[in-house]
Design a protein around this ligand. Structure first.
Ligand SMILES: Nc1ncnc2c1ncn2[C@@H]1O[C@H](COP(=O)(O)OP(=O)(O)O)[C@@H](O)[C@H]1O
Ligand SMILES: [Mg+2]
Length: 400
């Protein structure tokens, strides 16, 4: 993957940006609140069609422009995938509705043709690392599901579509469960939603089993190197509907071992999931909500048999996150055949001097990387030699 040109209009404080990218490394330097992170956020937006900072697309529209009744935010990337050149464009269009309302319409164009985001996601790949991502480990399970969803949507074709079908089935099923709980009725109406939930849910579970195992392989190798062989990192995927029976008496206990689910096949997950939904039907009607399935899955990070979110030190947390992100890069290359564009926000400031050197070692000559920093002295002179520097000030990006 090689990003050649980026053009932004009204993206946060970057009212107008038009820039050629270096083949390898760009270091964006500037003081705080100048727009450095926003550049990375924009590039990532073209890979995921969502911001890593917010679920609310409106927030990325330049707020001065948003006062305009027909405000448009545009992101355009020219890039090369394999030997072919492409142009990807995202448009966020604010449109007046009703009396005083405004609604935001999102349009995605690949090579000039309007497409559904779910079908284009994964065409342009990027991996982003920002310090707030410690939330993946420290935050609630929804942070980890979001992490998995964003990574898988880029690397597994049809994942994004299956996930939105699953979420639609889930919403319908929950509405029906609630209605049955409040007003009663024929519970057989659930059958059609059970089947939809299982069709997409089982597929998501299988993809997550495979992906977590593959990412773990890369992450534990990197982590082993970063900790000079003193620690072993493992990733434990814990599906809320678990196709494997739980060991006796361990129900609900946090196990610090990792269970191998790699031999499970799709039809086994489907059958097991469907019959489990039948078993718990009356309980779910009483609660008025779907209690099992990928929307409740968990992912845990285990170092030397202890859960990092419970027992990890700050240093372990950072190293785990770095290993996870570097693993994501390698995994994406493995899955897609292309290096993703790597976006590293203020990472050098977060790392001690040894880890800084380690990180720079991982950046290889085939990869395209964008760093942001407030301080160029974090980078070695040798590294700076092969890098382009961009000054960022007041939403204006100026290559030196
Ligand atoms: N929607 C928006 N419209 C205009 N400016 C914005 C918007 N969202 C954030 N900003 C401004 O962008 C700046 C932050 O940009 P950021 O990329 O985080 O800077 P940096 O990474 O250089 O610290 C802040 O000054 C903030 O007020
Ligand atoms: Mg920043």
């Amino acid at each position: 993957m090689r990003l050649k040109h980026l053009s932004l209009t009204n993206f946060r404080s970057l009212t107008r940006l038009d820039v050629e990218l270096p083949r390898r490394v760009a270091v964006l330097v500037g003081s705080n609140a100048q727009g450095k992170t926003s550049v990375l956020e924009a590039i990532y937006f073209l890979a995921a069609f969502t911001s890593f900072q917010t679920h609310v697309d409106r927030q990325i529209v330049n707020f001065h422009e948003a006062k305009n009744p027909l405000a448009v935010t545009r992101l355009v990337a020219d890039y090369q995938r394999g030997k072919t050149k492409h142009r990807l464009e995202a448009r966020l269009i604010l449109e007046p509705t009703g009396v005083n309302g405004q609604r935001l319409r999102k349009e995605i164009l690949l090579d000039g043709v309007k497409r559904h985001a779910n079908d284009v996601i994964g065409h342009f790949n990027a991996v982003i690392f920002v310090p707030q991502m410690a939330q993946i480990i420290e935050g609630g399970p929804d942070e980890r599901r979001r992490y998995l969803n964003l990574a898988l949507a880029q690397a597994v074709p049809s994942y994004a579509r299956a996930l939105s079908e699953y979420n639609q089935a889930l919403t319908q099923r929950n509405a029906l469960l609630k209605a049955l709980a409040e007003r009663g009725g024929n519970s057989e109406q659930l059958q059609v939603w059970d089947e939809a939930l299982v069709k997409f849910g089982a597929q998501i579970i299988l993809w997550r089993i495979q992906a977590v195992q593959e990412i773990e392989r890369f992450a534990s190798r990197v982590h082993h190197e970063l900790t000079r062989g003193t620690e072993i990192l493992r990733l434990a995927y814990e599906p809320a509907y678990d196709p494997l029976p739980k060991p006796n008496g361990q129900l609900g206990l946090k196990l610090d071992t990792v269970i191998d689910r790699s031999s499970i096949e799709l039809n086994e997950i489907q059958e097991g999931f469907l019959s489990r939904l039948k078993q718990i039907r009356s309980e779910e009607i009483a609660r008025g909500v779907t209690t099992i399935g990928p929307h409740r899955d968990e992912l845990r990070f285990i170092i030397n048999k202890a859960d990092v979110s419970d027992y990890g030190s700050r240093g372990q947390l950072r190293t785990t996150l770095l290993a996870l992100k570097l693993a994501e890069v390698e995994w994406m290359k493995d899955r897609t055949g292309e290096w993703p564009v790597i976006l590293l926000d203020e990472v050098m400031a977060e790392l001690d001097i040894n880890r800084r050197a380690d990180l720079l070692k991982y950046v290889n000559t085939d990869q395209q990387v964008l760093f942001t920093t407030t301080d160029l002295s974090f980078f070695t002179p040798a590294f700076m030699e092969g890098s382009d520097i961009w000054d960022v000030k007041d939403g204006v990006v100026q290559p030196r």
